[in-house]
Write a protein that binds this ligand. Sequence first.
Ligand code: FMN
Length: 230
Amino acid sequence: MVDVYEAVKSRRAVRAFTDREVPREVLERVLSAAAWSPSGSNIQPWRIYVVTGAPLAELKKRAGERVAAVDPWDEREYEMYPADLKNPYRERRSAFGRERYSALGVAREDWEARQRAAAGNWQCFGAPAALFCYIDRDMGRPQWADLGMYLQTVMLLLRAEGLHSCPQMAWSVYRATVAEIVSPPDGLILFCGMSIGFEDTTGNYVRTGRAPLEETVTFVEGPVASSHAA
Ligand SMILES: Cc1cc2nc3c(=O)[nH]c(=O)nc-3n(C[C@H](O)[C@H](O)[C@H](O)COP(=O)(O)O)c2cc1C
C-alpha cells in the first residue's frame, strides 16, 4: 500500500506514457474511492467521462487533424489565468515554462518546437486512458475548488495503482472535439482532461520545484495582541 506522503511526492505531471492498457477495473476502483472526496454540502459537482480504446483513438485522431490544420482554438469558457498575472505567480509561470522546454531541449524562441511539444497534450502524451472533468455552468468558485480536490484525490489513488497522470486544461480549447466523442448534456463546462497510464521512463524530465514554505504558509501562533477596539 502506498503511503499518502509517497503518493503526494511521487505524483507529478507525466508527459510520456507507454501504450500499456489501464484495466477498466482499476479505473473503477480509483473513481469509486475518489467519490469520497469532500465537497461543500456534499454536492459532488464533478461530472466525469472516462475515455479509452476506440473512442480515445478517435479523439486523438480528430485533435491531431485540428493541430495539423492549424485550426483555431475553441472559444474559452473560462480564463485559464488572470490576464494580468501578478508576481510571484508570473515569475513562477515563466520558471515553469523555462524548465519544461529546457528539459525537452527546446529553445525559448523556437516557437514551432514549443507548439509541437504542446500538441502532445491532444495525444494525451501517448496515454491509453483519459478522463474529462466537467462542471455545471451555473456552479460557483467553491464548486470549482471541489473539482480540484476530487481530481487530486484521483491522481493520488492512481499512484497507489502504479499509474501516473497529467491534468490538462489544454483540452478546454479543444472542447468541441471532446464533446463530439463524449456527448455531454447541455449546460456543462469542460474544466480539464487528465491523461492516465503507465509512465514511459525512457525520456528525461525535470522535477518542478516549489516555493519555500514561508512564501505560501503563515503560521499564526503565540500570544494574541489585546484588542483596543471598543
Ligand atoms: C488544473 C491543471 C491543469 C493543467 N493543465 C496542463 C496542461 O494542459 N498541460 C500540461 O502539460 N500540464 C498541465 N498541468 C500540469 C502542471 O503544469 C503541473 O502540475 C505543474 O507544473 C506542477 O508540476 P508537477 O505536477 O509535475 O508537480 C495542469 C495542472 C493542473 C493542476
